[in-house]
Write a protein that binds this ligand. Structure first.
Ligand SMILES: NC(=O)c1ccc[n+]([C@@H]2O[C@H](COP(=O)([O-])OP(=O)(O)OC[C@H]3O[C@@H](n4cnc5c(N)ncnc54)[C@H](O)[C@@H]3O)[C@@H](O)[C@H]2O)c1
Ligand SMILES: [Zn+2]
Ligand SMILES: [Zn+2]
Length: 375
């Protein structure tokens, strides 16, 4: 079958690889109909996640048709159309039972965090779904059957960025009337803005430096701030919000635009990437407010602004989204036409165009926001 594989720093390739097979009695094999590229995939191809072997199949945002199922699978059957949440979760450990699905204790033999599809050996070594077929373990837990009335485009983001953005807003406690700053206007940031508005936030300030993405945020009613236009964007936001926002949600992560100093620190491995967005958040939040990190961070960071958080009684929350906890709730909202995320799709390409798709998404070319690939 064809799949997009990691070929080393900043290199992916569409290659012929072996088809997956059922390995355990509760596995299914899904014939992929749609799959997407995520900002998290960029951390992989930028070499920021350890234990990523050459030839590893990428992709954790995948849906398709059940092609084959193990003898103990009862939740889905051959022919069902399913979305697969990105964390691999057993469904019965303490963490899964307490809605911390992304911290599953059984799905990742190689580390503490739970397994993730297509996300290196550090996260369990599971092949990803940017391929024609995907093996899904624990098939009585993750997959959700999607009604024929919805298109792939309407349902696909239930795998990750819809639950992730929803969780970012809920986990940071956004309330009716709040002022919310969203850092980063990629797919995750844009949907975070949409959910914040949905939740009743009165004022939303969107921050990025890519013009077309800021323009998209404006369509959702956000005020926009291009951080390259200010000497100190954090202080500027504090000023225009009269002391800071109730909530700041970082949807940037370690791939944020780096200062020269951060670049050197990252190359020397003194630091896990850029923390510019965290520095900005520390200033843009009000006293007693909350900062949530939805963007992914790894390794260690120098000069972390701990005192700024402590001195101003800031609550700091973060982590991998426990997607399973939100998927059915959001599916219902989509079916009832109360929420839609299809407007962020700028490119629908064939899986064969995988290399080009990564290139435009990574380099923010051709007004790219979200790419869907069709095997
Ligand atoms: N926590 C989770 O479970 C989870 C799930 C999915 C994605 N993510 C993470 O969310 C983040 C965003 O994903 P995406 O798909 O939107 O990625 P993306 O790369 O398309 O978007 C990131 C955006 O941030 C902007 N940016 C860069 N530096 C910035 C800065 N200093 N301040 C403000 N904006 C800045 C970029 O221009 C870009 O538009 C990634 O880190 C991804 O790994 C986390
Ligand atoms: Zn993702
Ligand atoms: Zn578990």
């Amino acid at each position: 079958m064809k799949a997009i594989v990691y070929e080393g720093m900043k290199k992916v390739k569409v290659k012929e690889v072996e088809e997956p097979r059922i390995q355990k009695s509760d596995d299914i094999i899904v014939k992929v109909t749609s799959t997407a590229i995520c900002g998290s995939d960029l951390h992989l191809i930028h070499g920021m996640v350890p234990n990523m072997p050459q030839g590893f199949i990428l992709g954790h945002e995948t849906m398709g048709i059940v092609e084959e199922s193990g003898k103990d699978v009862y939740k889905v059957k051959k022919g069902d159309r399913v979305v697969i949440p990105f964390p691999v979760s057993c469904g019965h450990c303490w963490y899964c039972e307490h809605d911390l699905w992304s911290q599953c204790d059984n799905s990742n033999p190689n580390g503490e965090g739970g397994g993730i599809f297509g996300y290196s050996n550090t996260f369990g070594g599971y092949d990803g779904g940017q391929a024609q077929y995907l093996r899904v373990p624990y098939a009585n837990v993750g997959p959700l059957v999607i009604s024929e009335e919805l298109t792939d485009e309407q349902a696909l983001f239930l795998t990750d960025i819809l639950p992730t953005s929803y969780w970012g807003v809920e986990n940071s406690g956004v309330k009716n009337g709040d002022t919310v700053v969203v850092l980063g206007c990629g797919p995750v940031g844009l949907l975070t803005i949409k959910w914040a508005a949905f939740t009743g936030a009165k004022r939303i300030i969107a921050v990025d430096y890519i013009g077309y993405r800021l323009e998209h945020a404006k369509k959702y009613g956000a005020e926009i701030v291009n951080f390259e236009q200010y000497d100190n964007t954090g202080e500027y936001i504090k000023e225009i919000t009269h002391g800071g926002a109730d909530v700041v949600i970082d949807c940037v992560g370690m791939d944020g635009k780096m200062t020269t100093f951060e670049l050197i620190e990252t190359v020397l491995k003194l630091q896990g990437g850029s923390k510019s967005a965290i520095e900005l958040a520390a200033q843009a939040v009000r006293k007693g407010g909350t900062v949530a990190l939805v963007g992914v961070y790894g390794a260690r960071y120098n000069n972390f602004p701990l005192g700024d958080f402590f001195g101003r009684n800031i609550t700091l929350k973060m982590g991998q989204c426990p997607a399973h906890a939100y998927i059915e709730r959001i599916y219902k909202l989509i079916k009832e036409r109360k929420f839609d995320a299809t407007d962020i799709i700028t490119h629908k390409l064939s899986l064969d165009k995988g290399e080009h798709a990564y290139e435009i998404f990574d380099k923010k070319q051709d007004n790219c926001i979200k790419v869907i690939l069709k095997p």
